[in-house]
Write a protein that binds this ligand. Structure first.
Ligand code: THU
Length: 162
């Protein structure tokens, strides 16, 4: 028997004031567009904003539905828009934030499992890491250098190769 370990490094900033100007601007945009979420069922308004390698900014928010499973998370709604608006262009960074009248938005939340899988697919598709900037409306900011770090033992297209 052999025991193996998984770990990864990420950066923790005490607040958005410590970020470089580009990251701070992307996070501010993410905080601002939480108002565009449609989340009447959870009241949990999530935003994901991408800085593309060509300088473009693309926004996504969660869009819920009375038939609950039909709703889509901010991250996957963002990736669909990115693929439609900027096909073949790499994503440099994505800032993810949230706001809610029911809970305090003072710490980072990280993408759900399904969104981690979708982010990983986009990294592999364009062979380029996606940096994640995670933060609430206030408080600490986490920077994850590569989205696939959030999904160890991921299932990828490599398994489907004949
Ligand atoms: N949500 C996201 O948009 N992204 C995540 O990574 C976690 C959850 C949304 C889905 C749902 O509309 C609401 O947050 C509560 O789960």
């Amino acid at each position: 028997m052999e025991e193996r370990n998984y770990g990864f490094s990420y950066q923790v900033y005490a607040s958005s004031k410590e970020l470089n100007a580009d990251d701070a601007a992307l996070l501010e945009k993410a905080r601002a567009v939480t108002v565009e979420a449609y989340a009447p069922y959870s009241n949990f308004h999530v935003s994901a904003v991408a800085l593309m390698e060509n300088g473009a900014i693309v926004t996504g928010t969660n869009q819920e539905n009375a038939s609950y499973p039909v709703g889509i998370c901010a991250e996957r709604s963002l990736l669909a828009s990115v693929a439609a608006l900027h096909p073949g262009i790499r994503i440099s960074s994505i800032a993810i934030s949230y706001n809610s009248k029911d809970v305090v938005s003072d710490h980072p939340v990280s993408p759900c499992g399904m969104c981690r899988q979708a982010l990983l697919e986009y990294e592999n598709r364009l062979e380029h890491p996606i940096r994640l900037i995670l933060a609430g409306m206030t408080g600490e900011v986490f920077i994850i250098p590569k989205a696939d770090q959030l999904l160890p033992f991921a299932f990828t297209k490599e398994e489907l190769k004949k």
